[in-house]
Design a protein around this ligand. Sequence first.
Ligand code: AMP
Length: 192
Amino acid sequence: MTRMLIIGPPGSGKGTQAERISERLGVVAISTGDIFRANVKGETPLGVEAKKYMDNGDFVPDSVTNKMVRDRLSEGDVEDGFLLDGYPRTTAQVDYLDQILADGDQKLDVVLQLTADDEELVSRLLGRAKETGRSDDNEAVIRHRLDLYHEQTEAVVAKYAERGILTQVDGIGQIDEVTDRVMQAIKEAQAA
Ligand code: AMP
């Protein structure tokens, strides 16, 4: 049983690694970005609201995001553990997640941060933009998303570091290499 988070700047490959970790550990991966994108595609009220922020690279407001996460974490498939990808991204979201977990008498085992250099990320994301046509993958928006990561999400990482549950992995390299590093880091963190 593992309850963990994966945190990383946009373009760090966290979604790809999250899928792989989820398969190997047998826990469900929950990506707030994917949930938002599915809602945007389905033109649900949540999607219409979220799109206004996502297209500019802004965070969807905590009031919307927190509720969505609380609902998702109340579903049955998280009973055997979960991997949250892309949440929390603000310290207010950390507090909210703490409350959800406390309400369920649960705690996080590992917080994994993927690290990568900003210029490497920008070039990766510009490449991805050509392939996928994601509407939040143009250079100005990419740089804004990176700024938000530094301004807000690094404070999230610092909180988990203080709690002693943070493990950092270099996200640069072949996908398989990074997965090997990630799985090793999780094993070590769980043994600690
Ligand atoms: P991602 O796929 O994780 O890069 O997320 C794509 C976009 O979804 C972000 O740029 C935000 O607009 C929105 N989003 C995802 N997760 C969150 C979150 N925890 N808080 C606020 N907005 C989020």
